[in-house]
Design a protein around this ligand. Sequence first.
Ligand code: ZN
Length: 123
Amino acid sequence: MSHNLETQPTTRTMAARLLPLNIQIIGVELAIAWNDGTESYIPLETFRRGCPCAACGGEPDVMGNLERPEVTYTQESFLLRGWQLVGGYALQPNWADGHGTGLYTFPYLRRLAAEAHPNTANH
Ligand SMILES: [Zn+2]
């Protein structure tokens, strides 16, 4: 009996992982070019209002609770100072009002874009 155990984690080489190739602000939207050839456009206001951090409650919790906390936005809340990629799976924006704890996973960014532009959603 030969023990040919795989010690390395299995990597999916057939389906490439979703990664942003280019991210920029175009007008009032965040434009993301993905490595699968698609592009996402997310209005900055939609982007901020969809912040998934605990304080903003942008996504329903595991109990399906859609009740969101009161969040006060200012004009600066919808201005993006910058962003960073976190762990190769999420985007963490840095807003002009100082908020910066939201981690937007790449599939979530695509969902925000699809909801903002239902007519251009690609399937
Ligand atoms: Zn937030």
